[in-house]
Design a protein around this ligand. Structure first.
Ligand SMILES: Cc1cc2nc3c(=O)[nH]c(=O)nc-3n(C[C@H](O)[C@H](O)[C@H](O)COP(=O)(O)OP(=O)(O)OC[C@H]3O[C@@H](n4cnc5c(N)ncnc54)[C@H](O)[C@@H]3O)c2cc1C
Length: 374
């Protein structure tokens, strides 16, 4: 008796999870999903954790999927037809890698006037230092592009500013970015809305700033020291790099892996999906999940399971935190076909407290996809 072909999926973010579920649901293969500590983190929870309004644990869950073997480990290396876990190679007919992007270290984790994070775990380390600033200036610095969820740093700045005002703190929040206009790839309207939201929240936005990325690890934002322009605390969205697993697949100038339309890479049998893959869509959950489904469909087709349906186009959907419990929402569609030829159509829902319920509902859906039957 021959056993079913084995497909290995690396990472249980939106991309890896969608790939694993599609492989399982469309059938005929054994699916192994490798998940560090068997846990997954909900990245949009980062802002609430940073301001001390939630704990990272609220945005973390174990991963248990019926019909999928979950290995609690970190993959150490990938090569054609195999992944290495704890020194042993696991052979697979195909590998779908979805490790997301890796964050550069920023300053010291526990002291100094500069903190860097862009996930709930990192935000929890930084939260006491953010909460300790009673007055003065807090800079939110976007260190470089690309970074995940383009509107979220603006949301963090608005959340910090409104929270400080509510608590009676004399705090000026500034958003410093190398972007000449926020989210310019999606046209001007969205950026204009974000700038208006920041103005309304009392956030000063400084566009077109160059940040010295090498200085960040030492706790400065430019070579030399007196570069922070009077900030009492600098909150950095760190440089996003390729996962070390994919280092051989990226060039010098971008952390993103080049892929074809099926998300196959130049390494035979290895697909890269989600935030780690180059593509025309924003770094957001729905495009990540879509890419995982596309790659899974391609793998199934290569293995002779041609009944797998091809997923439709992604529709990125991002919440924008405006602080004080109000969220806006951005929905992007591509009515004229996929980019770069098709132009994005952007729909903006204005900030409202009612959208906080939708934010929590999205979190509940994310959780339910990882722990089935609960
Ligand atoms: C603050 C913030 C707010 C956001 N808000 C939104 C939003 O409102 N809407 C939206 O659509 N998107 C949002 N995003 C973006 C969205 O979360 C990402 O685009 C999405 O998570 C990318 O999915 P992914 O699966 O590619 O990677 P990730 O979600 O980063 O998952 C990668 C997984 O791989 C695992 N991994 C890494 N290395 C290894 C290894 N060696 N072995 C095994 N596993 C490994 C990691 O542990 C992780 O679980 C937000 C992101 C942030 C940071």
């Amino acid at each position: 008796m021959t056993s079913a072909p084995l497909v290995a999926v690396v990472g249980a973010g939106p991309a890896g999870l969608a790939a694993a579920r599609q492989l399982r649901d469309q059938g005929g293969v054994q699916v192994v999903l490798v998940v560090p500590e068997g846990r997954s983190e909900y990245l949009p929870g980062t802002l609430a954790v940073a301001t001390g309004d939630a704990r990272a644990a609220q945005y973390r869950t174990r991963v248990e999927l019926a019909g999928v073997e979950v290995i609690r480990a970190r993959v150490e290396a990938i090569e054609p037809g195999a992944i290495r876990i704890e020194g042993s190679w696991l052979r697979a007919h195909a590998v779908i890698a979805a490790p997301g992007l890796t964050l550069d270290p920023v300053g010291s984790a526990t002291s100094g006037e500069i903190v860097g994070f862009w996930d709930p775990s990192g935000a929890e380390v930084a939260a006491p230092r953010i909460g300790a600033v009673e007055q003065g200036v807090v800079d939110v610095v976007i260190s470089s592009l690309p970074y995940r969820c383009p509107p979220a740093p603006y949301g963090l700045a608005m959340r910090l500013a409104r929270r400080a005002r509510r608590l009676g703190k004399q705090l000026q929040v500034r958003l410093v970015t190398p972007e000449v206009h926020p989210l310019a790839a999606l046209g001007h309207v969205l950026g204009d809305e974000l700038l208006a939201g920041c103005q309304d929240a009392g956030v000063e936005v400084r566009l077109g700033h160059e940040i010295d990325l090498d200085a960040l690890a030492e706790g400065a934002i430019a070579a030399g020291t007196s570069d922070r322009d009077g900030a009492d605390l600098t909150v950095v969205i760190p440089r996003h790099r390729a996962s070390p697993l994919l280092a051989d697949l990226v060039g010098a100038n971008s952390p993103l892996v080049g892929v074809d339309a099926r998300f196959a890479t130049e390494m035979a049998g290895v697909f890269v999906v989600g935030d780690a893959a180059a593509g025309p869509y924003p770094r957001a959950a729905d495009p990540a999940a879509w890419s995982g489904s596309v790659a899974a469909t391609a793998v199934l087709s290569e293995l002779g399971f041609d009944h797998a349906r091809t997923p439709g186009a992604p529709a990125p959907d991002c919440f924008v935190d405006h602080g004080d419990g109000a969220y806006g929402r951005i929905r992007i569609t591509y009515p004229d076909g996929p980019p770069p030829r098709g132009q994005p159509a952007v729909a903006i829902e204005p900030a409202a407290p009612a959208l906080a319920t939708d934010f929590e509902e999205a979190h509940r859906r994310w959780h339910a996809l990882r722990v089935e039957g609960q």
